[in-house]
Structures are given as structure tokens and as C-alpha cells.
Design a protein around this ligand. Sequence first.
Ligand SMILES: Nc1ncnc2c1ncn2[C@@H]1O[C@H](COP(=O)(O)OP(=O)(O)OP(=O)(O)O)[C@@H](O)[C@H]1O
Length: 491
Amino acid sequence: MEMERDFETKLQLQQPELGGVGSKAVQRTNSITFRAPQEQFTVNDFELGKLLGTGSYSKVIRAKKKDTGNIYALKIMDKKFIAKENKVSYVKMERIVLDQLDHPGIISLCFTFQDAYSLYMALECCEGGELFDQITRRGRLTEKEACFYIAEVIDALEYIHSMGLIHRDIKPENLLLTSDGHIKIADFGSVKPTRESQITVLPNSANEKACTFVGTAAYIPPEVLNSSPATFGNDLWALGCTVYQMLSGSSPFKDASEWLIFQRIIARDLKFPEYFSHEARDLIDKLLDTDPSKRLGAGPDGYASMKKHSFFKGIDWKNIWKTPPPPRLAPVQDVSVDYNIHDNPWSLMHVGGDATYHHDIPDANACPASSSEALSISSLASIDSFDSRWREFLESGEAIVMISKLKKIQKFSNKKVQFILTDKPRLLFVDPSKMTAKTSIIWSDKPSELNVQVANSSHFKICTPRKVISFEDPKDRAWQWKTAIEGLQHR
Ligand SMILES: Nc1ncnc2c1ncn2[C@@H]1O[C@H](COP(=O)(O)OP(=O)(O)OP(=O)(O)O)[C@@H](O)[C@H]1O
């Protein structure tokens, strides 16, 4: 209870002063004016649809407001989890920053509300999913496609920097696509305002993370690894890594562990695939300068030098948001995560009340989110971090990628097992009735030593040189198990 109270005080993002339920009136807290109001809604006011994505402290769900029919991406954050994981400042920062930004390339915040367990941010819904999924599905993008997407990111990033903000987590997972294929930058939890920032922040939140190590390992610039304070150059480095990833399908310093990734970043161990054009190499090379002040876009003429780069030949910078985006990829089969509240492993723990759950809200644009369970392996990593029951079976820093109660089919009797795939990667069995760890399957990245054979939507086999284990997944996720395991083998 004490923690709850403490949390409530810490997360008092705003106090409604004007208007009642549904009011669009402006509100103030500590003399900050909020554009997106804090409403008195409950989760019962929404029809919850498919899971759009998961972050390290949130789940984002497509939700339709029952009275208006408006669709939102509802970012749901478990209060206790946020307090426990010290993410309070991240939530505050994202709320207050998104509230003040206004750009076609940045996700907009429509309103917020909360209940006893969760905080809810109703965001503009990006039906096209993550750019990451587009890259994963295609293997890589063409230079023409990448050029368009990067040009939009640059336009939005120029605005973010002009507001005195460093995003600090630019990566393909945080670049979302609208239903018509334009980019929107998401995830402003790691933002750091500079001293000159025009953005108003809540007391004590601006400097909390001044030199903290934030971001994602593969996109972190070398100076951050050396504990230098954040600069706009951080985002330019991450942009360089993102261009590389769009064109090649993987990040430039990818390696088997974070430690190895960091070694490669510090050594600037950068190799280009043969098929990269001279212009692409030159752009990436200039963005990945080890000196942050020399990175393209960081010089005295700012973004103008970047926009003039030959890679962007033909881009109409003034009309970029009116330019037709590259054609959409064929949508993948909608493998929306089953998050029936009564089914524990994938449940939305603590989503208040008796919410109405709909597995699929019909989409006016017939455009399913591409953030599929099967393909967004990395972003699924923390989906179960809200469910602490399985934590005891994990090693420190290890996260669950996929978990299900399966029937292990044996010769004489079948057995129920909790089957867990982690990002380490490991495949574990837990006896769900005794809550004891059983054997694990020896992991191998080689398909000859570990492969999954799907018989039908519910039945699959895991084959290793020593044994073949047959499973039945009552939730028909056989293909998803295969994709998740193979995704980690190719990580
Ligand atoms: N507005 C949106 N429309 C569609 N999908 C979204 C939207 N916002 C977020 N998502 C999906 O949810 C995922 C998680 O969201 P977000 O990155 O904001 O969460 P987080 O908890 O802040 O994550 P992180 O661990 O990256 O800090 C995104 O990667 C994306 O797939």
C-alpha cells in the first residue's frame, strides 16, 4: 500500500482543474499546460484489439473508444512494475514531451487516464507497424525505399533537435509507419532535454538521466560507452546504424553478446556489404564518425549538410510528407497475441475491470499492424516481465520471448509443461503444477542441431541430434514457436 501511495505521488503527472469527463479543456500542473488532457476514462470505455507491440515497461494495444469509434494505440503501463523498475521518470518524460511536440513525423498523444493498477496513454495509432518488421520481412530495403524513410526520419529528427531534445533511442523498432506508409517516431521515454531546450519538463525530471546509459546496445555511440554526456550526435550515430540496418537487414556492429557489440562499437569495426552504393557508404561513414561533433548534421550548418548529401538526390525536402511513400509490403498473417485476461501467460495483468476484449477490431483500412508476434522477436522480449512467476527460472538480465502451456506428447502419457523461450536464447521446461524447473533443450544456432517441424497449427516437433520432442499447443501457436526459435537462431 505504501508503495502504491508513493507511486501515486510520483506519478501525479497532472491534476485536472478544468472540465469533467471527456473534457478537451486545457489542464495545468505546476504551471505546465497540458494539451492532451488527463481523462476520467476507464479501460471499459474501450474495445481492446490486438497487441501492437511491447516495450520494456509497456504493452501497446489497438483500442477503439466505444462511444466515438476512434482508434488509438493504448500504451498500458503497470504502475507497480514502473515503480519497481525505476521507470517513473521515463513515463513522466514521455508524457510531458509528447504533449508538447507537434510534427507529422512524431506520434501524437491524444489523452491519458489511469486506474488503480495502470497508466494509459492514448496515442495516435500507427497501423503500418514498425519499420523493423518491414526490414525483417524483406530481408532488407532498397536504397530508394531507405532514402525515403530516412529523409522523413531526418525531417522529424531535425524538429526534435530544434526543440532542444535528444531522442536517445532511434532505431527501426521505434520508427512506426502510418496506414499510408509515412514514418512516425515513437518512444520518447529516453529523451534528454538540453539546457537550451524549449520544452517544459516537470521539476526534477530533466537532469535525472543526464549521463545515464540509455538506449539500445546496437545503436549506442562510442562516446556514450565512455560516459560522455548526451549530445545531438547520439541520435546521428543511431541514424547511421539505422540506415545501415535498412540497407543490409542487420545493425552494423551486430555480434553475439552486448559485450562484443560494445567492443566493435569502440573499435568502430565497420564493414559494408558489397552491394552498398558509394553514396550509402559515404552517408553511413559520415554519420558514424567517432567524433560526435564531426558527424554529418552536427556541424555549423546543421541538417542542411545532411540534406545536401548525394544519397538524398531527388528528395523533395519541402514536400516530403506529401510525397507518396514506397508501396506497402503485403501484410503478414495477423498473428495477434492472445491476451485473454483469464489465460495467464499472455494475460494483461491488472488491466482494470471487466474490459471487453476483442481479438480483432475491424480496420477501416484493412491494414493489420505488422508488429506480429512471430517477427518482432526482440520487441517481444519483455512481454512477460509483468508476470513475475517465471522470473525465478531466468538468469539475471534474461527476458522471456515466448511462453505457453504446452502438452508434451509422450509415448505412454502426455504431460503439461510450461515451455519458455528466452532471449539468451534458452528453451526451458517448467512443471507448472510444482513450479519446478525441468530439463532444458540444448540451444544451437545451427538448424542441423536444433530445428522445429510444424505438423499443423497446433502440433510441432523440436528436433535435436539426441531427441525429437513432440508438442501440442492448445493455442495453435505452432508456427509462432517455429518463427520465434528460428528468429533467435538468425539473430
Ligand atoms: N502509436 C503506436 N501505434 C502502433 N504501435 C505502437 C505505437 N506506439 C508503440 N507501438 C508499438 O509498441 C512497441 C512498444 O512501444 P514503446 O517503444 O513506446 O514502449 P516502451 O515501453 O517505451 O519501450 P522501450 O523498451 O523501447 O523503451 C513499439 O515498438 C511499437 O511496436
